[in-house]
Write a protein that binds this ligand. Structure first.
Ligand code: TXE
Length: 482
């Protein structure tokens, strides 16, 4: 039975899509429709852009302290509604409730809080050109920014874009993934509660090729911040580039996790398991290609498999569940097809490898066992393409040179992890790996002040820190003859 009708949030109010059409929203742990979301189209986007344009003059000229107050209030409201938001996020995405409660939702409020305060410390530059001139550079918000986010960390990635855009003085038209719309809908209710001026943030729900495409194509949207698949990123870039729009694209990853024999063994195994299977492997930063120095290989493999077998898969609502459901039936089929591919490519299955049957209310859910292969060459498709699920490979290596070449062999370059206690090696390897982030003896440790993003086909531009505030503003230099 359909229980909730999600609504668009346009010009400060919750409204149905102009067409009156809706899409089903599925709870992946049960495999059942539990709500519906607007099947919006270009007409809804037009309406949202007009609302944002109308709000822009007053929002952008508001003292930054005032904008900051609104964002801080949103952060507080997210904290106050932690349990409800975590529940919604878990139901929408299939992820363990505990993960949503301890990571996703707290990080969403942290994003708002960070940019609410970062904007207060944004400083402009001045340059004296000898005794001839004084230059000063001011930064102006761009106008209406489009923010498009994916399904894997729904509210976290949504807020990661919206918060800097708003803090810098832009108005926003945003679209969450059609697979996980509920937390964005709840956020729109919190915006109303916070008294956010109408039109400052507009949330339009619906399909990527319809709503997302209309946002990207809209002539009055000069900037697009997108996180999602590399193919979608290509499509967005091909539409936006001829219109000279500003683009930030955070795309896929196929990240190496490199374990040297001189690592802290216990830490390396535990965290390699975490890096491989957190959020069912549905994080662009997951370490899915695990390279282990030959002399440590058998010991590492034994302990790694032992710990993977102990990961509790099941109903996301249970406290001890570590592996929940995959986000959709389609995604489950994609992951299973990669498991078949790995077998065809000659991989030896060490654990997992099939649909997991969960009893009770989750009988029809989209669960796949955490799966580990070995014996696959570094350049096979399984080791080159993004699976975005609980499937990883173990591969022994013989030298630093060899593993760096293998690590750099994919078209992606988002993140990497290196396990070693040799400080010189840590710096050397980190320097040579082609990726936006390298973690040494840790994984997913984030400082919001640092730039975030990838190289090669993992994207263009950087989010995070002051970089995001710069993305959402345009510099203007004024040169005064002295
Ligand atoms: O992402 P999409 P999907 C990877 C992962 C996954 C694959 C596809 O490998 O299997 O991408 O996932 C919107 N114009 N990542 O299909 O389609 C869409 O509605 C504008 C990695 O779910 O890229 C959603 O809001 N927007 C990733 C958002 O784009 C469009 C996280 C992302 O959806 C659009 C998710 C269009 N033409 C998937 N088409 C990561 N790096 O974290 C779709 N969208």
């Amino acid at each position: 039975m359909v229980q909730t009708s999600i609504q668009n949030y346009i010009n400060g109010v919750l409204i149905p899509p102009i067409s009156g059409k809706y899409l089903p929203n599925v709870n992946p742990a049960e495999g059942k429709i539990y709500s519906q979301l607007p099947d919006s189209d270009a007409e809804d986007v037009k309406k949202a852009v007009i609302a944002a344009q109308e709000a822009f003059p007053s929002w952008s000229s508001l003292p930054v302290e005032e904008r900051s107050k609104y964002l801080l209030q949103l952060a507080d409201l997210i904290d106050a509604n932690l349990e409800g938001l975590a529940n919604a996020e878990s139901i929408d995405s299939g992820k363990p409730l505990n993960l949503a409660r301890t990571v996703d939702i707290p990080r969403a409020s942290a994003n708002f809080r960070f940019y609410a305060t970062a904007a207060l410390h944004f400083s402009s530059e001045a340059h004296l050109t000898g005794n001839q001139a004084l230059n000063y550079t001011s930064r102006k918000p761009l106008g209406v920014a489009a923010c498009i986010s994916p399904w894997n960390l729904p509210l976290y990635l949504f807020s990661w874009k919206i918060a800097p855009a708003l803090a810098a003085g832009n108005c926003v038209v945003a679209k969450p993934s059609e697979l996980t719309p509920m937390t964005a809908y709840l956020l729109s209710k919190l915006c109303i509660e916070a008294g956010l001026p109408k039109g400052v943030l507009n949330i339009v729900h619906g399909l990527g090729p319809k709503v997302g495409q209309a946002m990207v194509e809209h002539k009055d949207v000069p900037a697009i911040s997108f996180t999602g698949g590399t193919l979608t990123g290509q499509k967005i870039a091909s539409t936006a580039a001829p219109m000279f729009k500003k683009l930030s694209l955070e795309l896929g990853g196929k990240n190496p996790n490199i374990v040297f024999a001189d690592c802290d063994f216990k830490e390396a195994v535990q965290n390699s398991v975490r890096a491989a299977f957190t959020n069912q492997g549905e994080i662009c930063l997951c370490g899915s290609r695990i390279f282990i120095e030959q002399s440590l290989y058998e010991n590492f493999k034994e302990e790694f498999i032992e710990q993977v077998k102990q990961l509790k898969l099941g109903d996301p609502i249970k406290e001890d569940t570590k592996i929940g459901a995959l986000v959709s039936q389609n995604h489950k089929e994609k992951v299973l097809s990669y498991i078949e591919l790995a077998k065809d490519e000659g991989g030896k299955l060490l654990t997992g490898g099939k649909t997991a049957q969960v009893t009770g209310r989750c009988e029809e859910g989209f669960f796949v066992e955490p799966t580990v292969f070995e014996g696959l060459p570094f350049d096979c498709r399984t080791n080159q393409e993004e699976i975005f699920g609980p499937v990883v490979t173990l591969t022994p290596f013989n030298s630093e040179e060899e593993v760096i070449a293998w690590a750099n062999s994919t078209k992606y370059g988002l993140s990497a992890t290196v396990w070693t206690q040799n400080l010189k090696r840590a710096h050397r390897v980190a320097d040579r790996i082609e990726s936006g982030i390298v973690w040494v003896n840790c994984w997913l440790l984030r400082d919001l002040r640092t730039p975030f993003g990838g190289v090669k086909q993992s994207g263009v531009g950087r989010e995070g820190g002051m970089e995001a505030l710069q993305f959402f503003t345009e510099p203007k230099n004024v040169c005064i003859k002295t």
